[in-house]
Each structure stands twice: as structure tokens, then as C-alpha cells.
Design a protein around this ligand. Structure first.
Ligand SMILES: Cc1cc2nc3c(=O)[nH]c(=O)nc-3n(C[C@H](O)[C@H](O)[C@H](O)COP(=O)(O)OP(=O)(O)OC[C@H]3O[C@@H](n4cnc5c(N)ncnc54)[C@H](O)[C@@H]3O)c2cc1C
Length: 301
């Protein structure tokens, strides 16, 4: 979708950057996605006004963080994309608390906190994407999730049209699911972290990095795990047991390294990837009687 001239002129007045006709295939780790205009929400205080403008001009929008957990339809997209600029995100530490902008890289935040002898997030080191995406998804790995460390989130709330602060205890963090409203936009977080010597944190980080390197196709385009693990089970194990590693639809392929990672092995289209997801889900349902739920967020028209 293209921003009309009136809205573009108003964004300019507000000092908001507009990038026209960008390809989301280049903004996502799967390398799949169509074209649209992108608004860079550089000044948080003008977000409520930008949102009002989009509503008044009937311009639908979606919010993109690091693009590492989304599968986006191809072609001209019927919505614009909002994005927080990633250059120089704010990060500071006060005692046991870390205050971090949602645009910050998650791994960068883990190492920044480590340098201040704050640990507890070693497991998250290899999870790509932004802090905002991690908050939305309650990202987790190797026994660590971000949710339990969250003390406050500053966010734009679509319901009130205002920037507000929520207490961590008022937010529900479940397995790859949170109680934020779908169009809440996370801006900053306050985390409380246990003190730990830098050397110990780095040792923990090394272990997690090695585990990841040994089991995941890190040099291929993916969105991490495609399916959530069902209670008490492993989606990857079931897919592997069905002999589906390497199974493909066009260039969309079940990784031969990790059966719950589906990779873009060339020029996969969104529909190739969706067919592969449906096909694998159906085979798992047939063999195990289990319905796998997507972990990847799919943006259709
Ligand atoms: C190689 C690889 C390994 C991975 N391993 C893991 C893993 O171990 N554990 C894990 O949990 N995930 C993993 N993932 C998935 C992904 O990295 C996480 O879900 C990550 O937290 C998504 O962050 P993002 O900024 O890229 O979000 P995006 O993909 O950009 O967006 C995901 C969702 O969050 C929303 N969103 C993003 N930012 C904001 C914001 N500021 N405010 C409101 N909503 C927002 C988007 O609208 C979208 O709905 C992996 C992915 C890859 C490619």
C-alpha cells in the first residue's frame, strides 16, 4: 500500500521518515514478503498523532520488529508497515534494573547487561530480532524467557490512543503468547535481572551458542521454529520421526538439520511456505492425532 500525498506531507511535518515501496523480503529473516511503504517511528511522542493520521486516512498498518518471526504474503501489500528505527537504541542500567528501547537488538541487550554484571538472560543470546518482538512473543530458549524479568513496559495503547506504562505484574506472559492487545506497540522495557559476574555470564552464553550452532540451520533463511511444541511433546521430533526432513514445496523446505525449522532454500514464495506448513501439519495430525499451532506469525492479505 502506498501512503497518499496528504498523509506523506503530514508525516514530513511531524519529522517522521517515510520509506516508499520497500520489499519486506529484504526485511525478514525468511526472505519472503511483498512490497509496501514503511514509516519509521523515530520520535515516540509523535506516535499517537501518526496513529490518528493513519486512522483518519483509512490506512491499515502492521508493526514489524526485526522480522525474524513473520511469514509475509507476496505482491503489493494492503497495509503499510511501522518500524522503530534501530540506530542507537537507548540502553542503561541502574542497580539491578535495565532500561532498554524496544528497537534494541535482543542479543545486544543481553551482552550489554552482561557487561554490567547482570545475568539471567544467557539463554536468549541466539534469539534474533528486537526487544519489542521478544516482548510480544515472550521469546525464550534453553529454559529462559524474557517475561519473568519484565517489571514495566512503556507502550502505545491503541485502546486509549496514548503512550502508557504497564506494570509487569499486569501482563500475562505465556508460552510464545502475551496478553498485549494485537495493536499495542511496545516502546521501552524495564527488566530486573540477577547480579552475576561477567565471566560466568559469558561462559553460559558460550554454552547456549554452541547448542544452537550444533542443532539449527543458522546459515539458512528461516523464522526459527514454525510450530509451537504441543504440551509435553516436541513438534520437531514428530516431524523428524515422519521422515520429513528435506521435504519441500518449491524452495520452501523442512530443514535437514532441525525438523521444526522450515527454510527458504532459494526463492520460496509465501504460498510455497504455507503449503509446506499445511502439508506437515496434516501429516502430523494423521500420524499423531495432534494439531500443531503456528509459532510463526503469518501476515496474509
Ligand atoms: C534462526 C532463528 C532462531 C530463533 N530462535 C528462537 C528461540 O530460540 N526462541 C524464540 O522464542 N524465538 C526464536 N526465533 C523467533 C524470533 O527470533 C523471535 O520470536 C523474536 O523474538 C521475534 O522478534 P522480532 O523483532 O524479529 O519480531 P518480528 O518478527 O518483527 O515480529 C513478530 C511479532 O511481534 C510483533 N512486534 C515486533 N516488535 C514489536 C513491538 N515493538 N511492539 C509490538 N509488537 C511488536 C510483530 O507485529 C509480530 O506480530 C528464532 C528465529 C530465527 C530466525
Amino acid at each position: 500500500m502506498r501512503i497518499n500525498d496528504k498523509a506523506a506531507a503530514r508525516l514530513k511535518e511531524l519529522g517522521i521518515e517515510l520509506r516508499q515501496g520497500i520489499s519486506l523480503a529484504e526485511e525478514t529473516s525468511l526472505g519472503i514478503g511483498g512490497a509496501t511503504d514503511e514509516i519509521l517511528l523515530g520520535r515516540y511522542e509523535s506516535i499517537p498523532e501518526v496513529m490518528r493520521l493513519l486512522a483518519d486516512e483509512h490506512i491499515p498498518h502492521r508493526f514489524l520488529g526485526g522480522g525474524t518471526n513473520v511469514l509475509i504474503v507476496d505482491g503489493e501489500l494492503p497495509w503499510v508497515v511501522l518500524h522503530l528505527p534501530t540506530a542507537k537504541p537507548g540502553m542503561r542500567v541502574e542497580g539491578n534494573a535495565a532500561y532498554v528501547d524496544a528497537s534494541a537488538d535482543l542479543g545486544g541487550m543481553v551482552t550489554f547487561c552482561a557487561k554490567h554484571d547482570l545475568g539471567g538472560m544467557e539463554g536468549l543470546i541466539g534469539v534474533p530480532g528486537s526487544v519489542g518482538g521478544a516482548l510480544r512473543m515472550n521469546a525464550g530458549a534453553y529454559g529462559t524467557q524474557i517475561g519473568p524479568h519484565v517489571r514495566e513496559v512503556e507502550l502505545y495503547r491503541a485502546a486509549s490512543g496514548q503512550i502508557e506504562t504497564l506494570r509487569g505484574s499486569d501482563i500475562r506472559f505465556d508460552y510464545r503468547h502475551t496478553s498485549f492487545a494485537p495493536d499495542d506497540l511496545m516502546l521501552r522495557v524495564k527488566l530486573e535481572l540477577p547480579p552475576k559476574p561477567f565471566k560466568e555470564i559469558i561462559a553460559g552464553i558460550k554454552v547456549c551458542n554452541e547448542k544452537r550452532r550444533a542443532s539449527q540451520p543458522l546459515n539458512q533463511k528461516s523464522a526459527g521454529c514454525i510450530f509451537k511444541n504441543p504440551a509435553g511433546g516436541s513438534a520437531g521430533r514428530m516431524i523428524d520421526e515422519l521422515g520429513l526432513k528435506g521435504h519441500r514445496v518449491g524452495d520452501a523446505m523442512v530443514s535437514d538439520r532441525h525438523a521444526n525449522f522450515f527454510v527458504n532454500a532459494g526463492h520460496a514464495s509465501c504460498s510455497d511456505m504455507l503449503k509446506l506448513i499445511d502439508d506437515v501439519r496434516e501429516r502430523v495430525r494423521g500420524a499423531y492425532g495432534m494439531e500443531l499451532e503456528n509459532e510463526v506469525i503469518v501476515w496474509r492479505n
